[in-house]
Ligand binder design. Structure first.
Ligand code: PRP
Length: 183
């Protein structure tokens, strides 16, 4: 879906689809170099990371095993609750694996912080994170994130996997949702 389709609901496109694809190509080169001699398991966090996982995986030259987890960190609103529940666990055994968590956004960082600890506790050989977006002004926990696509302002954003009420995930870029849509 192109931004003009929802022009009345989005105040500004902050990262275009083209910018995302160019950044993914850069990130893929760095990730290729890091995991060239390792058997990596990419772990997409549903549902927001679907687009990023799909495009990043195809930009990689190395072979990867792809797996998915669904965790819940938000209620129905727009503010992180800090409560993380596993809705769907990954299928692969974590023990001894090099895991690359693929996330769409780091907002408070609570979801990732919990997930990294969870995977380490299950015996992962290494756990790294690649996140397409990060809101530096919203991060509440100290997190070691290896690769970031874009730092963005602390606004409610949708698109490229990110939703509001399950809408806008298939927008090609990332835009700021007008407050009147969700308030
Ligand atoms: C979003 C996003 C991250 C998390 C980030 O997921 O995909 O997983 O919130 O927030 P945090 O840094 O404050 O923890 P959400 O729970 O909205 O689910 P979704 O991916 O299915 O949309």
């Amino acid at each position: 879906m192109q931004p003009q389709t929802v022009a009345n609901e989005i105040s500004e496109i902050i990262v275009t689809g083209e910018q995302i694809q160019a950044r993914i190509a850069e990130l893929a080169k760095e990730i290729d170099a890091e995991y060239r001699d390792k058997n990596v398991l990419t772990l997409g966090v549903l549902k927001g990371a679907v687009m990023f996982m799909a495009d990043l995986s195809r930009a990689l030259e190395i072979q990867v095993q792809m797996d998915w987890m669904a965790v819940s960190s938000y209620g129905s609103g727009t503010v992180s609750s800090g409560v993380v529940r596993i809705l769907k666990d990954l299928d692969a055994d974590v023990m001894g694996r090099h895991i690359l968590i693929v996330e769409d956004i780091i907002d408070s960082g609570l979801t990732l912080s919990w997930l990294v600890q969870n995977l380490e506790a299950r015996g992962a050989a290494s756990v790294e994170v690649v996140a397409l977006l990060r809101k530096p002004d919203a991060v509440k926990v100290d997190l070691d994130v290896r690769w970031i696509g874009f730092d963005i302002p602390n606004e409610f954003v949708v698109g490229f996997g990110l939703d509001w009420n399950e809408r806008y995930r298939n927008l090609t870029g990332v835009g700021i949702l007008k407050p009147e849509v969700y308030s």
